[in-house]
Write a protein that binds this ligand. Structure first.
Ligand SMILES: *Cc1c(COP(=O)(O)O)cnc(C)c1O
Length: 396
């Protein structure tokens, strides 16, 4: 049933693993085993020990590889496990260029851990291609990009960055968590490794922590497979199954959430209490033309800025629908406060210099009715208005 001519949504459901060849089961069997009996003393089978390979995990790894247009996929215990393992491709004295509003955990890995192992880094604004070119050093081995970035939804030109990287003998890593292969496939644009927190849209139900990596080049695939087995941060089979189940509905979930995100972003632009809205689907959005050249949609994550932490508190306290939490990409809308959540690991000055203001909120739009969501937000803004009026009275 493998057929790459099918459209993406069909391939999520019908692929070479959608029916178990032995039993006909239409759900992937979970192989709870740590080791594998060898039937032949002289010739061992494909599997030996489950850290090195497990049939359930392999199906997830194959599936994501096909969806991203790669040759090999790798499943890890978390997005950070995938990212950290990929960074192990580097060696002492190598230098990496990283987009400046990178995920907080990746920031921490690079600045507080890899740094001790002699891996150098520069955080730069990768939306500025001249900056990228200028920042490449003799020992630069990799450029690391998130686009749209987190939480400011800045757009980096993937094709151009990959071209600059190749010209300089560097690899390009792309964290594709925000868009998933349903909307953006970086390997097709020249990237070497695509990374995912499968905790987010790919699984989609806030019920599993998982990470994935995909490569196209076979040699790079062998190196990453070696590192996966060596470092050992593999994903357990039960969690592999949860990601596989979530993947089946990826397309419909994203479509619905994206349509709602568009409406909410447009609504937020009309609200006087909102100082700025960050969403690639908005008209005249900075980098919007590049975004739509390299992807099939603006995604379901947006950010917006209120006045300050107090206003944010008033707003959040009033809301009834979105969960107020870290994470994104789920059936339930998730409202995050980057300054205290995803970017808490970043020192305040560093954070603010990157535009991650104390008034900034990030919204991952879920599957609730968009009318209900907008009404809920409107109540939150009304609360801010009431409070501001009270304050004015006090001062008068
Ligand atoms: C959540 C996230 C990660 C880290 O993934 P975990 O599964 O939490 O380890 C990395 N990158 C981005 C963009 C994320 O949103």
């Amino acid at each position: 049933m493998s057929n790459n001519n099918f459209e993406f949504g069909t391939r999520l459901i019908h692929n070479e693993h959608s029916v178990d060849k032995d039993s006909g089961a239409v759900s992937v069997p979970i192989n709870h085993t740590s080791t594998f009996h060898q039937f032949d003393f002289d010739s061992f089978g494909k599997y030996d020990y489950a850290r090195s390979g497990n049939p359930t995990r392999e199906i997830l790894e194959d599936t994501i590889a096909h969806l991203e247009g790669g040759t090999r996929g790798f499943a890890f215990a978390s997005g950070m496990a995938a990212i950290s393992t990929a960074f192990l491709l580097l060696s002492k004295e190598d230098h990496v260029l990283i987009c400046e509003d990178v995920y907080g955990g990746t920031f921490r890995l690079v600045s507080q851990v890899l740094h001790r192992f002699g891996i150098e880094h520069s955080f730069i604004d990768t939306t500025d291609l001249n900056k990228v070119k200028e920042s490449i050093k003799e020992n630069t081995k990799m450029i690391y990009v998130e686009t749209p970035s987190n939480p400011l939804l800045k757009i980096t030109d993937l094709k151009e960055v990959c071209r600059i990287a190749k010209e300089n003998g560097c690899l390009t890593f792309v964290d594709n968590t925000f868009l998933t292969p349903a909307l953006q496939r970086p390997l097709e644009l020249g990237a070497d490794i695509v990374l995912h927190s499968a905790t987010k849209f790919l699984s989609g139900h806030s019920d599993v922590v998982a990470g994935l990596a995909v490569v196209k080049d076979e040699k790079l695939g062998e190196q990453l497979g070696f590192l996966q087995n060596t470092f050992g941060a593999v994903l357990g089979v039960q969690d592999c199954w949860l990601v596989l189940r979530g993947l089946k509905t990826l397309q419909v979930r994203l479509k619905q959430s994206q349509a709602s995100a568009q409406k909410i972003a447009e609504y937020l632009e009309t609200v006087p209490e909102v100082n700025h809205v960050y969403y690639p689907g908005l008209k005249n959005y900075a980098g919007g033309d590049i975004h739509f050249k390299q992807s099939d949609g603006p995604g379901a994550v947006l950010s917006f800025r209120l006045d300050n932490a107090d206003t944010v508190r008033t707003f959040v306290d009033q809301l009834k629908i979105p969960v107020f939490a870290v994470s994104l990409g789920a059936v339930e809308s998730i409202l995050s406060y980057p300054a205290k959540m995803s970017h808490a690991a970043m020192p305040k000055e560093e954070r603010e210099s990157r535009g991650i203001h104390d008034g900034l909120l990030r919204l991952s739009v879920g599957l609730e009715s968009v009318e209900d969501l907008i009404e809920d937000f409107e109540n939150g803004f009304e609360k801010i208005r009431l409070k501001n009026k009270k304050k004015e009275k006090q001062f008068n």
